[in-house]
Structure formats: C-alpha cells, structure tokens
Design a protein around this ligand. Structure first.
Ligand SMILES: [Zn+2]
Length: 404
C-alpha cells in the first residue's frame, strides 16, 4: 500500500499527458501503470485506510521533512541561518542553549500531536459519513482518475475557500478584540486587568505568538483547538464541500503543506518565489504581535506579569495586529495589511542607500577640507613665521644702523 501511495509522484504525468509528443509513450505507460496500481490499491484496502495513510504520508513528505531540515539548519548553523532570516538574528529566537532546545522540542511535539489530531478528525468525519449517516464518503474515492482540468479547478476553488476561511477565522476568533472587564470585578480586585481577552485569542497569543518570529513548525504548533479551526477546517471543508477526488485532495494537501512550511520558515531566500510575499506577510504578522503592549499582555496571560498597560493600550495594540490571510488580498481589502509593500520597501532601501552614500561622500569631503585647512594653517604659520623672522631681521638691521 505504501509503495502505491508513494507512486503518487506519477501524478504530474496526468498534467503532461497528451501535450508532449516526445514523452507521449512513456506518459501513457506511466498513466497505465498508475491506474493499475491505484485500482489494485482500492480493491485491496478499505477506502478510509487509504485516505488516512495517504494523508499521513503526504504530511510527512511535504511538511515534516522540510520542516525538520529547516529546524536542523537553524540549530546547527545559526550564524548562516541568521543571514537568510527575514528578521536576521532575531528570527532565531531569544532563547539560548538548553532553553532553546526545550522550546523547540515542545513546538515539534505539539506539531506532531496536531498532525495526528487532524488525521483523527478526518477519520471521524469519514466514519460519520459512511457508518453513522450511511452516506457516500466525504471525499470521492474511485478508481476513475480525475482529469487535469478537474484537478486544476478543484484546487483553485479549494485555495480560494481556504483563504477566505483562514482570514476570517484568524482575524475574528484568534485575534478578537478584547472586551472591557466589568467595573464590579475591577472594584473587587485592584489587580483585575482592564480588558478580558477572549479564550481563543488568549490561547493563540500564548501558544503561537510567544515566539517573536515564525519557524517552520509554527504552522502546526498552535493550541489544538486553534489548529483545528484555522488549519484543518479551512483545508478539509472545501475538500468535502466540493467532494474532491481523493487524488485531488492529496495534491491539494501536498501544495498546502509545502506552502505552510515555506511561509512559516521566516527565510528571505523565497523572496523571488511565488511564496515570497506570503512568507513576508506571515513574518510581519508575528512582528505586529511584538509591540510592548502585546508582549506585556502575553506575559500577563501566561501568569508571568500583572497588567502593566491600560485597557485602551491593550485593545489598541491588538487592533493593530494584521496580515491574517495568506495571499494578502483580503487584508488589503479590509485594510488589515501590516508592514510596507514591496515597492515602498524598495524605495526605502534605495533612500537608505542614497543616504549612506551621501554620508560617506560628506565624510570624505570633510576629511579633505580638514586636511587642506591643516595644510593652509601650517603654511600660514610658516609664512607668518618667515614673515616674522623677516620683520625681526629688518628690525635688527634698523637697530644696527641707529647704533652706527
Ligand atoms: Zn496570529
């Protein structure tokens, strides 16, 4: 079964089938081979098992493997990693040594738990559909292979629905504005904070935004409830809604897994890729949670500090958090984008460079002027000296004449 699922690498042939005369024979053979193995797999294993094991394999190949490589690179070569992090050294986190290792291990452990949880929920949904409701499976599991156009259409609308769900759930549930606490509770205790942070927002801030910069595993290390709401639901709901073919779902899942691991890597090397903008936006989302008021709030929620900022400051800081979507369109539409646009950034970089060059030129000019002044003053002194000696010589000569 594992071999057949791994032979999903033959899927790109579906896209190229019939378009290239050079590879048409090999493509047809690959497709035939793929069709036979896929049909055999369906015939010999329960569909739910194929769906769940396939999901696990895709997650391992397209999320876990790259995430582990990124994490090992960050840990083994921090100085090199800092060079390609969008936040530089800050992008590697503030903790060092044992504390750093424990923090990373916790994040990886929760990412593992959340991956299993997501697959378990998917299994429960399929079980509910087929065994409890006695209906067709949530995803279309058939031996008939999906056509390239169908795959493209399903993946496109899946990406669209996922973006809409991610944006609104992330913005309105995980970064919900705090409500002012009742005056009664404030009278009861002078330590009672001025605002009441909704439960999900509190969990998301403590679990995800205790880090000042994202790291590859951050996409899956949020609190399990937050993870189910903003990672699993936006991914699985469009697949059920449009009843994706299982193979289309695997392609969709592979693309989303890659997108998650890249956009949360915090690396600037993806600048010119299709995911460069999304990677920067995720990084800016984390940066928008780094204001002193939000940091104090996170400390207060984790029980490490009492409220040190006013309710208005806390609310204002939370309302300033932005970049909730992945592709940026909804943030732009709702005015929740944070950070500068690419053009503005480029302009700023050019202005900085111009200023730097100007400073260097000014420095050189000042040095030249200073040197010239130094020389001319020496010359004046010398001239003055020579003039002085000439005058004294003249005066001496006059005195000698008077004596004669
Ligand atoms: Zn967030």
């Amino acid at each position: 079964m594992l071999n057949t699922l791994l032979s999903l690498s033959a899927l790109p042939f579906i896209f190229t089938g019939g378009y290239s005369s050079y590879t048409s024979w090999s493509t047809s053979l690959n497709l035939l081979f793929f069709y036979i193995t896929w049909s055999t797999l369906l015939f010999s294993h329960p569909p739910i098992k194929i769906e769940l094991v396939g999901t696990l394999i895709i997650r391992i190949l397209f999320f876990w493997l790259p995430a582990i490589i990124f994490l090992l690179f960050d840990s083994a070569l921090p100085s090199l990693a800092a060079n390609i992090k969008l936040q530089g050294k800050e992008g590697l986190g503030k903790k060092k040594g044992g504390e750093y290792a424990i923090e990373r291990l916790k994040i990886v452990a929760w990412a593992g738990f959340n991956t299993i949880l997501g697959i378990a929920v998917q299994g429960a949904v399929e079980y509910g559909f087929t065994k409890v409701l006695k209906r067709k499976s949530a995803l279309r599991i058939s031996s008939k292979l999906p056509l390239p156009g169908e795959i493209l259409w399903d993946v496109s609308r899946g990406v669209l629905v996922r973006e809409v769900l991610t944006y609104y759930l992330h913005r309105h549930l995980l970064h919900q504005s705090p409500a002012p606490t009742s005056t009664r509770s404030r009278i009861k205790s002078s330590l009672s904070p001025a605002t009441r942070i909704p439960l999900l927002a509190s969990l998301h801030l403590q679990w995800s935004h205790h880090l000042t910069a994202p790291l590859s595993f951050s996409a899956h290390s949020d609190h399990p409830i937050c993870h189910l709401l903003t990672r699993i639901l936006p991914l699985y709901l469009p697949a059920i809604l449009f009843r994706f073919h299982l193979l289309t779902y695997f392609i969709f899942l592979a693309l989303i897994s890659l997108e998650e691991v890249i956009t949360y890597s915090g690396y600037s090397i993806f600048h010119y890729s299709i995911l460069g903008g999304a990677t920067r936006r995720v990084d800016r989302h984390y940066q928008s949670c780094c204001t002193p008021s939000v940091r104090t709030l996170i400390s207060r929620l984790s029980g490490r500090a009492t409220a040190a900022v006013t309710g208005e400051e806390e609310k204002d800081a939370i309302d300033r958090i932005g970049n909730f979507g992945i592709w940026g369109a909804l943030d732009w539409l709702h005015g929740t984008s944070v950070g500068r646009s690419e053009d503005e950034q480029l302009e700023q970089e050019l202005a900085d460079e111009r200023e730097e060059v100007g400073d260097m030129v000014r420095e050189v000019m000042e040095k030249v002027v200073e040197k010239r002044r130094g020389r001319s003053s020496v010359g004046v002194e010398r001239r003055a000296g020579s003039m002085g000696s000439g005058a004294s010589r003249r005066r001496e000569r006059e005195r000698e004449r008077e004596r004669d």
